[in-house]
Design a protein around this ligand. Structure first.
Ligand code: MGD
Ligand code: MGD
Ligand code: SF4
Ligand code: MO
Length: 766
């Protein structure tokens, strides 16, 4: 136990600013989060933190926190209302819309950001009870192309790839800047070690000389938007030079001959030139990767929110699959999910549900934000009329802000559940205040590692502000008000209490089964029922942790050996109880499972655990690469804007006070010195950045790490905040980048927007 943990006001929790959720130690002084340090007892982060975590008080305590339920008045202003009125009104309106138009007229947006999945999980019960499958999330504007490819290769879209970078000899980073964005635990430490070791090679494919690229052995400055050409050429070099791992391919894959045939005809030299690179550089990388003992690939938005998004995801996976860098140490692997956030969707042909207006199918159970305005802003009789937004600010973060604004004006009911008065909230009919992530039991289901996976249930460390409630309670009250469930389950509550004292008898599960047999309609609200029964019996108000009881049993049953390897003991269902107890008790997080590398094969969902390398849709897209594409850089829009860079001081839209930023307060546009000279602008001056959609006014920063013709604006700006508490004057912090982006500029399969490839014009403001 560290010294500070002995202090009365010292607590452990986690940083909620990115998917890694590093463990933190915090001193709470009069409700303020002070002296934030890395928690060395957190088994995932081991004390590691980046510079952002120290600023978390700007999330917990800021002027824009929501404290009371609110309703919009006719004049557009908001008034505080009671929870009873808010819940009653919303329930009545939802019931009316469902009855009049059907469940498909109701949709849901969000479901947990970078730190809050535990409470969000209960919203799935709410959706199920309402009968709407329409879940729109931020994940479906970045990762669904990737998930779709996984579905084809490994059998289910829930098969998700991890990368064992720590043990790799050769790492290929494509379209990602982990120095700033992280994406894997202790990123900066791992990167520094990789860079320092003469026997390991680090390659960064990025048009920009990023902080990660500056550390790399090889920086491949690909021309923006041409990764599909480069990656196709890399695969073709490996295959044409016979560098593939035939033993691996024969043993673990099907469809290789077809892939080989397709890549035989790739004009390598031409494609490498198209990517603005030299053939020797591409050959060096392809050969280095193929010949390495342990190689892995890590990708992110630079290729996922870019031209050929889904094809890029296929090609980067072919790189590690044909070279046998899968299912072993230091390679890419699949991983287990404690509470699965990435699911699998049937295709429309298999009976998968499509949207009523645009006919879009789900991928991994998510519908893409790109199509939502079209599903609302239309006269189509089956359009969406009610939307519940939870933990998300689509008005700022989805493509085409103005289309969103117009669509939201058409909604009959917009409900926002958030901790802050967001841009989306300002358009809502009802705004419901959630307790913050330090005021309630929370966790994320970003359990994305292999072979060792972690989980952290965070305890509340400050009292909830104002009238705020944790989300499960909000959803429970809504379901009760809609007559979907009763207010109490007296018998189940009693049995749950008994069960937690004497788990060995296993009585709760039996009682639950009986209750569901008597009232099958409750099955849809199962998680909320767990919350209302097991949750009530849990100590210290840990009600939201109730679903982890079910999750622990399922996980321990499925991955028994891996859970036993962590040191937990228990026969049969007792291992699940032991896991649940361990989670509840450990304030710094736990090791959830320890797998062996060969267990990866059991995670493949195709018959006989074979990887299906051939994907006909991808072969067709590869073929289309050969046709000359229309040039998107034109005289009218001569620059390419990467809209949404991760920097030292941005963290999605989680902070709403610009004072949290130590640098880059205004969110500058980075531009190459020669480009700045050409358009006649100097450092710190302002210009208009204009896309086909709109213009924004931005400050510039001259940066020779940018290639010519390529400019970059940050993610996480453009929000409004209270500048003067006396007058309640609001100001905007930096550019709203998504007024520039377009929903139709997107991937044909997944509908993920090409945010990193926005053609723009730049005109000095003089
Ligand atoms: N500091 C900070 N960290 C974050 C976040 C944050 O807001 N701030 N957000 C989190 C979230 S939600 C996510 S999804 C991740 C995203 O993490 P990343 O994807 O790593 O971050 P980005 O800066 O969006 O884009 C990555 C890189 O793509 C490059 N790029 C642009 N165009 C191209 C191209 O045509 N080809 C290639 N190869 N590269 C290109 C950019 O130059 C940039 O360096 O970050 C997470 N971490
Ligand atoms: N142009 C462009 N657009 C982008 C991107 C880009 O690179 N370029 N990146 C995209 C990516 S990768 C992502 S992930 C999205 C992120 O965009 P969003 O999905 O909008 O997510 P966040 O910005 O993380 O917003 C999280 C919201 O949750 C709220 N919140 C925090 N804690 C709680 C809580 O405990 N309960 C509730 N109910 N709410 C809470 C916060 O106040 C905030 O409003 O943006 C996307 N948009
Ligand atoms: S933002 Fe930094 S400190 Fe916070 S979880 Fe991510 S890597 Fe860790
Ligand atoms: Mo993201």
């Amino acid at each position: 136990m560290t010294e500070s943990k002995n202090l009365k006001n010292s607590h452990t929790s986690a940083c909620i600013l990115c998917s890694i959720n590093c463990g933190i130690e915090i001193n709470v002084v009069d409700g303020a989060l002070k002296n934030i340090k890395g928690d060395s007892e957190n088994p995932k982060s081991n004390g590691y933190l980046c510079q952002k975590a120290g600023r978390l008080d700007y999330y917990q305590n800021h002027k824009g926190r929501l404290l009371h339920p609110m309703q919009k008045k006719e004049d557009g202003s908001f008034e505080d209302i009671t929870w009873d009125k808010a819940i009653g009104d919303i329930a009545r309106k939802l019931k009316h819309i469902k009855k009049t138009y059907g469940s498909h007229a109701i949709a849901f947006y969000g479901g947990g950001g970078q730190g809050n999945h535990l409470n969000q999980a209960y919203s799935s019960s709410f959706r199920a009870a309402l009968g709407t499958p329409y879940l729109y999330t931020a994940l479906a504007q970045e990762k669904t192309g990737d998930f779709w490819v996984n579905g084809k290769l490994f059998g289910k879209q829930s098969c998700h790839i991890s990368e064992d970078i720590e043990h790799s000899d050769y790492v290929l980073f494509i379209g990602t800047n982990p120095w700033q964005s992280h994406g894997f635990p202790q990123a900066r430490k791992v990167l520094r070690e990789l860079a320092k070791d003469p026997d390991r090679t680090m390659v960064v494919i990025d048009p920009r000389r990023t902080q990660t690229a500056a550390l790399a052995d090889i920086h491949v400055p690909v021309k923006p938007g041409t990764d599909a050409y480069l990656l196709a050429a890399l695969v073709a070099i490996i295959l044409q030079e016979g560098l593939e791992d035939s033993t691996f391919i024969n043993r673990h894959t099907v469809g290789f001959e077809e892939v080989k045939r397709v890549f035989k005809n790739i004009p390598i030299k031409k494609y490498v030139a198209k990517a603005g690179l030299s053939l020797p550089l591409a050959q060096k990388v392809a050969r280095g990767f193929a010949n390495a003992k342990r190689a892995s690939v890590r990708v992110d938005l630079g290729i996922q929110q870019n031209l050929h998004s889904t094809l890029n995801s296929y090609l980067e996976k072919l790189l590690f699959l044909i070279t046998g860098n899968f299912g072993k140490k230091g390679s890419n692997n699949l991983h287990t999910q404690f509470v699965p956030i990435v699911g699998h969707s049937k295709t429309p042909e298999e009976g998968g549900i499509v949207t009523r207006v645009t006919g879009m199918h789900a991928i991994s159970n998510f519908y893409p934000p790109n199509i939502l305005p079209k599903e609302i802003d239309t006269n189509h009789p089956e359009r969406i009329r009610a939307l519940v937004v939870d933990s998300s600010d689509p008005l700022l973060t989805a493509a085409d802000t103005n289309a969103y604004r117009k669509a939201f004006e058409k909604l009959e009911l917009l409900v926002v559940i958030d901790v802050a008065h967001t841009e989306t909230a300002s358009m809502a009919h009802y705004v419901l205040p959630a307790a913050s992530q330090f005021e309630k039991w929370e966790a994320t289901f970003f359990t994305l590692e292999f072979p060792v996976n972690h989980f952290h249930l965070r305890h509340p460390i400050v009292d909830p502000k104002g009238d705020t409630l944790a989300e499960p309670e909000i959803y429970r009250r809504l379901l009760v008000a809609m007559d979907m469930i009763p207010n109490r389950f007296p018998l189940l509550e009693k049995i749950a209490k008994f069960h937690l004292r004497y788990p060995a008898a296993g009585v709760f599960l039996i009682a639950l089964k009986v209750a569901l047999a008597i009232s099958p309609k409750y099955a849809k609200s199962l998680l909320i029922i767990l919350y209302a029964t097991v949750g009530k019996a849990l100590p210290r108000g840990a009600g939201s942790a109730a679903l982890l009881w079910g999750a622990s049993h399922q996980y321990a049953k499925r991955y028994r050996k891996a859970v036993l390897r962590t040191g937990l003991k228990g026969k049969g269902f007792r291992l699940g109880e032991a896991l649940f107890k361990h989670i509840l008790k450990s304030k710094s997080g736990i090791i959830l499972s320890k797998h062996t590398y060969d267990e990866v094969w059991q995670l493949i969902q195709h018959p006989h655990q074979k990887i299906h390398l051939e994907i006909p849709e991808m072969a067709k897209m590869l073929e289309q690469l050969k046709e000359n594409e229309n040039e998107l850089v034109t005289d009218e829009f001569p620059f390419i804007l990467a809209a949404g860079e991760r920097r030292a001081y941005n963290a999605n839209q989680i902070f709403r006070d610009p004072a949290w930023r130590k640098k880059d307060r205004e969110g500058v546009l980075k531009i190459h010195p020669e480009d700045a000279k050409k358009i006649g602008i100097s450092n710190t001056e302002q210009l208009w950045c204009t896309s086909a959609k709109a213009s924004v006014k931005v400050y510039i920063e001259i940066d020779d790490a940018m290639p010519r013709g390529f400019v970059s604006l940050p993610h996480g700006y453009g929000f409004e905040y209270i500048d003067d508490e006396n007058t309640q004057m609001r100001k905007q912090n930096g550019p709203k980048i998504n007024v520039l982006t377009s929903a139709s500029h997107c991937d044909p399969i997944a509908k993920t927007p090409y945010h990193k490839y926005v053609p723009v014009n730049l005109v000095p403001l003089k």
